[in-house]
Design a protein around this ligand. Sequence first.
Ligand code: ASP
Ligand code: MG
Length: 435
Amino acid sequence: MTQAARCRVYKFGGASIRDADAIRRLGSLLAEKAPRPRAMVVSAMGKTTNALEALLRAAREQDEAGYRHRLTAICEDHLGVAEALFGPGSSVADALEQRLAELDTAHAAHREAPYPFHYDQTVGMGELLSTTLVAAWLNAVGVATRWCDARALIVTDEHHQAAEIDWATTRERIASLAAECDEVLLTQGFIGATARGVMTTLGREGSDFSAAILAEALGADELTIWKDVPGLFNADPRRFANARQILSLSYAEALEQTWHGATVIHPRTLAPLQRAGIPLTVRSFLDPEAPPSTIGPEAGEGDRQPAFMLRDDQVLLDIAPRDGGFLDEALVAEVLARLAEADLHANLLDIEALRLRLVVDHRPERLDPLGNTLAERFALTRHDGLVLLTVRHPDEALMAALDAHRSRLVIRCNATTAQRLYPAAECPATWRIPD
Ligand code: ASP
Ligand code: MG
């Protein structure tokens, strides 16, 4: 196969388009790329998604002044970038203003609607705004780009805020669009629409997933996620002073790490790629030539070397049958069913004869009702203020060094994974991976 025939999909997150300079840098990166990617998925600019969530809160709380203030800020942010890129009074600015006016008009009608629906109609707007800017800029610098509306491509069910994909229809729509147009297809991450065309979202940080959907539908040879870090790390560099880049790992290992709390890749992203055997590379838009990290079908160094995942603000639930008997399968099933109903994830699960221990995120609105239901049948003890450390591919010396001078409330270990529950008060703000 020739180089030019390769089909690549790119994804750019919010940091890579946070302001006019960042969008210019993205333009140069694309202009110099030969061959061009077949398709691009773009997130909302910078922190726009958070700003839209705050706008929605103000709208729901009938805080008129707060709502106006936030809408103006979002508007100024985007119009400021449009002016810096295209000069005053551009058609791009008009298009942005029109979208924001639509959002404002829709609010009055959506205020009484269920929250998840209102969320999607509001928060999904960030990607529609950002892609309008980015598509216009790419065309201005000579990268022939077609702005595509993800609401016409990504077809979902009606589960607002966490929509499921109608894969067959979505694949068909993407393939037929690709067949009729040669330009770079540029679309929004994070959003889709129901069969009736109502906007839905795929969950926070869902743009990676959107890119994977596109890559699968296009039969891409590769998906590249462009970030402000050079790749994937063996620990979160914001939390571990000496985190190191991992150059390669398998889908399975990446899924394990994501399951245990690694946040670099949205967890739903990997399934479509794995199905189609499409490798995912993570590169830095700040240093495009630096060696990337690749997740693919083969095991890599990341499948052998230790990796560290932290979860803060954890709660330990120690659960025993009230009658003092064994925790038989039926009782375990009951506890797990209650957990699922509360929409909580067991970050750690440990079963002994007389008690079961669960570690979950501190989410009072879910945890308090769960505690009340469990207390009907079980003796329940709860400990707050904990940190869960998960280590993939640990060795004894490593774990001993991590445990030194720390109380271990729970220790769990199997052939590939060790977990420790420590009191937060005994953990540092910034960790070091032991040598
Ligand atoms: N803009 C959305 C978010 O910030 C989706 C994404 O960036 O992946 O969650
Ligand atoms: Mg983002």
